[in-house]
Write a protein that binds this ligand. Structure first.
Ligand SMILES: Cc1ncc(COP(=O)(O)O)c(C=O)c1O
Length: 453
């Protein structure tokens, strides 16, 4: 079963959703299948936030937790006509199996899109996937044996951490600053892994408008990061779903554009068109592409033909660049709303990143406040966020939180931040009076979910 946050949920359907997964001590007797699960399921932990989200998704709660794209600007009328036409004209193809590689025309169109970020690619080297999440899963499946090391920014995308855990890879986080991944920290991480006698399989990085950190890798750092990876024999997995959502229309040169042999690139239509169609892609070095097609075949036989045709037709008949511009403007308005509300309301001692594209702001709160412990109290105060711990594989992040501004209206965003600031003030009062709030026995949710895509 796949949960809404894209993570595999191993809980059997007949067991209530609130039951913890099999790796939680003391709960095993609730799951009759516990002795049957493969060892790798130990890394698959269901999100405990589900119960909380039942409350958080009530209309009175402002959710700054989820990363759902704001699709309201899509031209639904013309899309529905087009989809109907597609089935009328080409239904026997659209509703049939296709190739695991993906539809050739769509792969050509994907190459044109990637050219906007400097990538020159052959459509043969593109594999269409069921969202870039499937690309992440396949790449991890292809490269990682249990215990292999994956380097990832700290913090990193929760769905990627889920895939790495599912294949029992060990994640080592590499520090970022306002200019993204730090080359020096990457060198140190590589040295540390080498000293431990382990093998790094790849660096997983989100260079543009990072989820969750909201920062972008400086163009000047990109060649250095590539050079470090190349000289250490480490593959780069570049995940770039937000690259065309720069608020000033700016784009950055893709890592793949200058190092085609050592970068696997993941792309997606989820943020620039429609996430529900689940169409993404992997652009891989030629040899890797063969293996990816085989892995894709064994996972899904083929990506959905109808959805690929919908995307392809949309690209050839709509002003898709104009649509992306509209999305960008909507998100920029929301980014402005959240940053000015943070300035206005947040207590002294808090800091946050200043995104120039994408969906997210990463907030750091004062020492002693534990964002995971605070979350149930925030939801009670009718605001939700994603606690920072879900974005680290090593338990870090309790002083951080991710705020998503992509979905609520600017007015709701402002109100949400006002409520959050009040909760934070109260929490800081407690810390001043009683010391570290995280020491109090309050159990909070583990990973941000279910709509944290
Ligand atoms: C960084 C990152 N990678 C991958 C994905 C998955 O996207 P898709 O909908 O294409 O599977 C997301 C979704 O939020 C994301 O933020």
């Amino acid at each position: 079963m796949v949960t809404l946050d894209g993570l595999t949920d191993n809980t059997p359907a007949e067991v209530p959703m609130t039951v913890s997964p099999p790796d939680r001590p003391g709960r095993h007797n609730l799951d009759p299948h516990v002795t049957r699960y493969a060892a790798r399921t130990a890394g698959m932990t269901a999100s405990e936030i589900r119960a909380l989200f039942a409350v958080a998704s009530r209309p009175e709660v402002v959710s700054l937790a989820g990363g759902m794209p704001n699709l309201a600007a899509l031209p639904l009328d013309s899309l529905s006509t087009q989809i109907a036409d597609l089935i009328a004209e080409d239904g026997l193809v659209a509703l049939q199996y296709g190739s695991a590689h993906g539809i050739p025309l769509l792969r050509e169109q994907i190459c044109e899109i990637m050219a906007l970020e400097g990538i020159s690619a052959h459509p043969d080297d593109v594999v269409v996937t069921v969202g870039s999440q499937m690309g992440l899963d396949m790449v991890t499946r292809l490269f990682c044996d249990p215990g292999d090391v994956v380097l990832a920014e700290g913090p990193s995308y929760v769905g990627a951490l889920g895939s790495f855990a599912a294949y029992q890879a060990q994640v080592i986080h590499v520090a970022m600053d306002d200019e993204g991944l730090q080359p020096e920290a990457l060198r140190e991480a590589l040295a540390q892994v080498a000293k431990a006698g382990k093998r790094v399989k790849f660096l997983y990085t989100i260079p543009n408008f990072h989820n969750p950190a909201g920062v972008t890798l400086a163009a000047s750092r990109r060649p250095e990061i590539l050079e470090i990876c190349r000289s250490h024999g480490v593959l780069v997995v570049e995940d770039n779903p937000y690259g065309l959502l720069g608020f000033e229309g700016q784009t950055y040169p893709a890592l793949r554009s200058t190092d085609p042999d050592n970068v696997v690139y993941l792309g997606s239509f989820s943020k620039t068109f429609a996430s529900g169609l689940r169409v993404g892609w992997v652009l891989a070095p030629h040899a890797v592409r063969e293996k990816l097609v085989l892995a894709a075949e064994s996972a899904t036989l083929c990506p959905p033909t109808l959805n690929q045709l919908i995307v392809s037709r949309y690209l050839s008949t709509h002003d898709w660049k104009g649509q992306i511009k509209t999305f960008r403007e909507n998100y920029r308005e929301r980014r402005d709303a959240i940053t000015s509300a943070l300035e206005q309301y947040m207590p002294a001692g808090c800091s946050w990143t200043n995104p120039d594209g994408g969906f997210y702001v990463w907030v750091t709160v004062p020492e002693g406040v534990d964002t995971k412990a605070m979350l149930p109290r925030a939801v009670t105060a009718r605001v939700a966020y994603a606690s920072g711990t879900g974005f680290y594989a090593d338990g870090f992040g309790s002083r951080q939180m991710r705020l998503s501004y992509c979905y609520p209206t600017p007015e709701r965003i402002k109100e949400g931040v006002r409520r959050l600031a009040a909760v934070l003030e109260a929490e800081m009062d407690l810390v001043r009076t009683f010391g570290n709030v995280s020491m109090r026995p309050i159990s909070g949710p583990e990973t941000p979910s279910p709509d944290t895509a």
